[in-house]
Design a protein. Structure first.
Length: 402
């Protein structure tokens, strides 16, 4: 059985409040997007088992990737940039266009061929002249200026870092464009970014909402970028984060506070299965999970699903979540109760053996206690003891231990 021995930082990381890892090395936004374009090509190769090709009968995306790969091969600065990432040997292949083709492209078209485009709607018009607004959107991430009044914002960045260190704020993965609002902080490209101003919401030619932002970075620069450009930068950055608002209360509660964003629901179920092991311990055997849909919707058709023991279930408890990472929380709960995992083998409708993994032999009152300790973050000090059917305080490591 796995013991619950992670340190506090690791456990809080499970809840989406981990300390943000520092990025090694710095690249320009333009370099980051060229790398992202090359990674798109690499994913194509993994999926299809071959490099993308130009032929007319092929998908437009494949032909785009083929042209993009040719451009990267032919431009030394691009080739040198992605060469350390080329574990598939793509740069050693023969380019299918010529140097003259590259020379015939203007700057905007060449950037588009390399994937440095602002909107996927341009994907079929790579060689066409774009509007001035489209050009600005493609360039604005790379265009930062010195923030003349940075002294006004520096204390804000210092306070945010202090809040992160003390746990009053957390850095969680960026998910939705709606999270971008004036007064909010993000981490993008290894830097903290503050949305100081946000213009009026406008509708683009593609029918999408957008707005002009004034974004201040913690290195003393600023950018007058579009909201959709910041969204794309955060989505492309694996370490892109939204820094939450400061909170003094629990990580989640039964009632939402102002500006809280719903994340989902913890649900606790009992099975109505007639399996002998389930029937013998029905009051103790619980399925514990987290869902972002309604619980009724989640358990619909339970009797047809092996994960529900091919039987109807009864909902015995639910807890609403706010501003928390559902997957990490579910993993944390399962690790707490790992010593009490209920391993029962059933056979699906095809006669194949199945061992569902989310069922635990644990009293409901202990689950309630675990939820309360997750709320106040003291769960890091406890583990579940099956012998006493209680949460017990785990031993604290001393500096004399090896």
């Amino acid at each position: 059985m796995a013991d619950f021995t992670d340190d506090d930082d690791a456990l809080l990381a499970e809840l989406g409040v981990e300390v943000e890892p520092k990025r090694v090395g710095a690249r320009t936004p333009l370099q980051e997007r060229i790398i992202a374009g090359f990674e798109d090509i690499q994913r194509f190769v993994v999926e299809h088992g071959r490099a993308p090709q130009h032929f007319d009968g092929h998908d437009i995306f494949e032909r785009l990737y083929a042209v993009r790969l040719d451009r990267i091969c032919q431009l030394p600065e691009c080739r040198d940039l992605v060469e350390p990432l080329d574990h598939q040997g793509l740069l050693s292949g023969l380019a299918m266009t010529t140097k003259d083709d590259v020379d015939d492209l203007d700057d905007d078209a060449l950037l588009a061929e390399l994937g440095v485009v602002d909107d996927l709607s341009d994907i079929t018009e790579l060689r066409h002249v774009r509007s001035s607004s489209e050009k600005r959107a493609a360039e604005e991430i790379a265009n930062r200026e010195r923030c003349e009044d940075f002294a006004t914002f520096k204390p804000l960045f210092e306070q945010v870092q202090k809040d992160l260190d003390q746990g009053a704020r957390s850095a969680r993965p960026f998910e939705l464009k709606a999270e971008i609002k004036a007064g909010r902080f993000f981490i993008v490209g290894g830097q903290k970014a503050f949305v100081a101003e946000m213009g009026e919401i406008e509708i683009t030619a593609q029918g999408r909402t957008d707005a002009r932002l004034r974004v201040i970075f913690d290195n003393g620069t600023e950018s007058n970028m579009l909201m959709r450009s910041l969204q794309r930068a955060l989505n492309k950055d694996d370490a892109g984060r939204r820094i939450t608002e400061p909170v003094a209360g629990p990580l989640f509660s039964d009632k939402p506070q102002e500006d809280d964003e719903a994340s989902g629901t913890i649900y606790v179920l009992r099975s109505k299965s007639d399996h002998p092991m389930v029937a013998a311990h029905r009051e103790l055997v619980h399925k514990i999970g987290v869902t972002n849909t309604g619980v009724k919707q989640r358990i619909a058709g339970a009797r047809l699903q092996p994960t529900f023991l091919l039987a109807d279930v009864e909902v015995v408890a639910t807890y609403e979540l706010f501003n928390i990472n559902r997957t990490k929380l579910e993993n944390l709960i399962h690790r707490i109760f790992e010593p009490a995992r209920f391993d029962v083998e059933i056979f699906d409708r095809f006669g194949r053996p199945v061992v569902p993994r989310e069922w635990f032999m644990v009293p409901l009152f202990v689950i309630d206690e675990a939820v309360e300790r997750i709320k106040d973050r003291t769960i890091v000090n406890f583990r579940y003891d099956p012998a006493s059917a209680t949460l017990v305080e785990r031993e604290t490591k001393t500096g004399h231990e090896n």
